[in-house]
Design a protein around this ligand. Structure first.
Ligand code: NAP
Length: 706
């Protein structure tokens, strides 16, 4: 068991100057971290069989990790029985607020994470992607939860389906949290981001998680996890941590559980074939290695802004995180005639990359995550050597700043494959380090064919200034890539970077990339929820979703709803207005006033010739204005503003002499700030024959108090 409170000391370890808990620092100033698992609210330190983690910078031990005997079944029961029910009792907004608070807490302590970051071989710039990228991801998911999900327990997925002629039986897709536990197995390259990007959507969904980081960098994950626990912001049982192996945990998962894996294709294959996972249809998402490509458009010439941007992006992808990014560019596909220019520009750029002690501010590229990783990359380089020639120097002999060669350092390495059609290894061997291969294409079809030879990737990028080139590439390649990143001179300044995943969009890739998906705002949250098609009467659907729909019961409010506060307004409260006749004079007045003299309103003969109209008809916008005039209560009150109108459809034309009346019903309420929330109203306009002429959703901001 770990000491609860740790005194903190400033240390300098191979340049990794920072603050480290006292107990980790030996007499000679060396660091021996002892990351602990967190199971059933107990910290459990390394056991007798703990693995010694060798740091990549000095090639000396930095941590003892794993080997503890964990009660795997107890952990699963704790998550399912304690964490799950508490999380599910909260609304999406409650959980989103909780996530935001956690992220802000981590933000306030990020320097402690940076101190450990350098031990993993990563520079400060790499650390920012991992640490602040992870915190930023959590903040975005939290904000999506508040903005795009209800302040309730059921997520309404899409529109109501009409299943009966009279509307008394309808269908609605809803999503509810899984009632099990999510097991997250993460790769070594992003110890913080990797945990937070999975935790955020899982917890927002209302599902507890057990996190298993890769052992090589688990001490950084543990430090971040410990901060989350210490914040006291999460309910008991919401998160647990396994340092080391998960034992037989996967054999004990059931139909309500989910596994999200990031790592190598080999491990993914082994895990996804687990008999129990298959037998119980346990959700298994894999994000695995990928031969990502970038294409230089045929329209982009050396010396142009787009060309420079291409070189910058390719150079960054080779060197950020020492190339240990699942999204890093492994294949650089350029027009034959520009091969020399690209090779020259890229080798010049790579020559400027300083390699060495990641704690040294002048170093641009640190170490690989481990000596094993370095050995793997060298083996993969040798597998590529038959098909490629090296354009840069010997990767094993980089000039190092402030570090000894025994560390896991490699120089940025650019290879060239002259015959990518005959080659096989360059399209299938992932050297997970600062390595990329340049190859020529003849025409755009050839470029697309080469791009797709990776067998399914997380991301492919294209640099072009020609939207038609982008269209051709997208149609030919999108099916093979989870993400297509297209930039050119116009967007280069604001583009997010080939390798940067964004929490707003779904990430993942087909085939070799694992076939999984992660992140993606609400889409990512839905990975941890069950979508169910509910069929029933409108009242049944309204009761389950907490939203009114046509056909569900209407109630009469005690006063005009615009005089009621957010909390007083009840879903289903309805007012029916008086009727108002629409005259020809109204139409002409509106036409003159607004300048909208479209023939359908002004020219009887031309209007009659139009198959949609019986003759001159009222402007749709005139009807909306009259509707507002009919339902609005004009006095100052809790309704603060009309913020929009969605889903407008005009169903039947209104002719001069027709009359209209309005039904206004409170459909949905969503808290927005501490003082007001959004009320969505269903507004339906009917004519004198009781036919629906228009329907829309009106959005208003309504104060919590008068
Ligand atoms: P890895 O060796 O496959 O390990 C990934 C994770 O699986 C680690 O946490 C590892 O734990 C765990 N693991 C291994 N065997 C297991 C088992 N039998 N049961 C349960 N867990 C097990 O991959 P890695 O070397 O950490 O990561 C590098 C690879 O990940 C690269 O190929 C890279 O392309 C890929 N990657 C992909 C993405 C993506 O989003 N697609 C992101 C990052 C990395 P231990 O560390 O304790 O062995």
């Amino acid at each position: 068991m770990h000491k609860a409170d740790r005194s903190v000391k400033s240390v300098d370890f191979a340049g990794a100057t920072g603050h480290c808990p006292d107990e980790y620092i030996g007499e000679e100033g060396n660091i021996m971290l002892r990351p602990a698992s967190y199971a059933m609210a107990q910290w459990i330190g390394p056991g007798e069989d703990a693995r010694t983690v060798i740091g990549p910078v000095r090639a000396e031990p930095v941590a003892q990790a794993g080997g503890a005997r964990l009660d795997v079944q107890g952990m699963l029961d704790w998550a399912r029985g304690t964490g799950g029910p508490t999380l599910r009792a909260m609304t999406f907004h409650d959980r989103a607020r909780m996530l935001k608070a956690v992220a802000l807490h981590l933000q306030s302590r990020k320097d402690e994470l940076y101190a450990l970051n350098t031990l993993t071989g990563a520079t400060r710039r790499d650390g920012a992607v991992d640490i602040e990228g992870g915190i930023g991801t959590m903040l975005v998911i939290a904000s999506k939860g508040r903005r795009d999900m209800p302040d309730g327990h059921v997520y309404v997925d899409g529109e109501t389906e009409t299943l009966s002629r009279g509307g008394s039986f309808v269908g609605q897709h809803v999503s509810v949290p899984l009632q099990g536990v999510a097991v997250h197995i993460n790769a070594f390259n992003f110890p913080v981001w990797g945990m937070l990007e999975k935790l955020a959507p899982t917890l927002l969904a209302g599902v507890p998680a057990i996190v298993k980081p890769a052992t090589q960098t688990c001490y950084l994950t543990e430090a971040c996890f410990r901060m989350i626990v210490e914040s006291g912001l999460l309910p008991e049982g919401a998160v647990q941590l396994v340092i080391g192996g998960v034992g037989d945990m996967l054999d004990r998962l059931g139909a309500q559980d989910a596994v999200a894996f990031t790592g190598s294709a080999d491990t993914a294959l082994r895990l996804r074939m687990n008999r129990n996972l298959v037998a119980n249809s346990v959700r298994f998402h894999a994000e695995q290695d990928s031969l990502n490509a970038t294409v230089l458009g045929p329209d982009v010439a050396p010396g142009s802004a787009a060309f420079d941007h291409f070189i910058k992006e390719a150079g960054n992808e080779i060197t950020v995180k020492a190339g240990q990014k699942c999204t890093a560019i492994r294949r650089i596909i350029v027009p034959e005639r520009h091969m020399d220019a690209v090779a020259e520009a890229l080798t010049a750029r790579l020559a400027q990359i300083t390699v060495g002690d990641p704690g040294d501010a002048s170093v641009r590229m640190g170490a690989l995550a481990s000596l094993e990783q370095k050995a793997d990359v060298l083996a993969q380089l040798s597998a590529l050597s038959g098909e490629t020639r090296r354009l840069t120097g010997n990767p094993e002999t980089p000039a190092l700043i402030g570090a000894a060669p025994r560390g896991a350092f490699l120089a940025p390495t650019l290879l060239c494959c002259d015959d990518p059609d005959a080659a096989r290894a360059v399209h299938s061997v992932e050297a997970f380090g600062p390595v990329s291969t340049l190859m020529p294409y003849r025409d755009l079809d050839h470029a697309c064919a080469l791009t797709n030879r990776g067998g399914g990737s997380l991301v492919a990028s294209l640099v072009t200034d020609d939207p038609q080139v982008a269209r051709q590439v997208a149609l030919a390649t999108a099916a093979w890539h989870g993400r297509l990143y297209v930039t050119g001179a116009g967007s280069a300044g604001e583009s997010t970077g080939h390798g940067a995943p964004l929490p707003h969009m779904i990430h993942g890739g087909p085939g070799r990339a694992g076939g999984g998906e992660e992140l993606g705002g609400v889409r990512g949250v839905l990975h941890y929820m069950q979508r169910t098609a509910i069929q029933g009467s409108p009242d049944v659907i309204a009761a389950i979703t907490g939203q009114w729909l046509p056909g569900a019961a209407e109630t009469a409010p005690p006063q005009h709803p615009f005089q009621r506060t957010f909390h007083e307004i009840r879903i289903g409260e309805t007012i029916h207005t008086d009727a108002r006749e629409v005259t020809l004079e109204d139409i002409e007045h509106f036409a003159r006033f607004t300048g909208d003299t479209f023939y359908a309103h002004m020219d009887e003969e031309a209007a009659r010739a139009n198959p949609f109209f019986p003759g001159r008809v009222a402007h749709g916008y005139l009807l909306l204005s009259f509707a507002a005039g009919l339902f609005v209560q004009p006095d100052p009150g809790p309704v603060l503003a009309n913020t929009g109108l969605t889903g407008l459809s005009f169903r039947k034309p209104v002719s001069p002499g027709d009359s209209i009346r309005v039904r206004l019903t409170a459909k949905r309420k969503t808290g927005r700030t501490d003082t007001y929330g959004e009320v969505a109203w269903n507004v339906t306009l009917r004519n004198h024959d009781d036919e629906e002429v228009a329907e829309y959703e009106l959005l208003t901001m309504v104060a919590y108090s008068r």
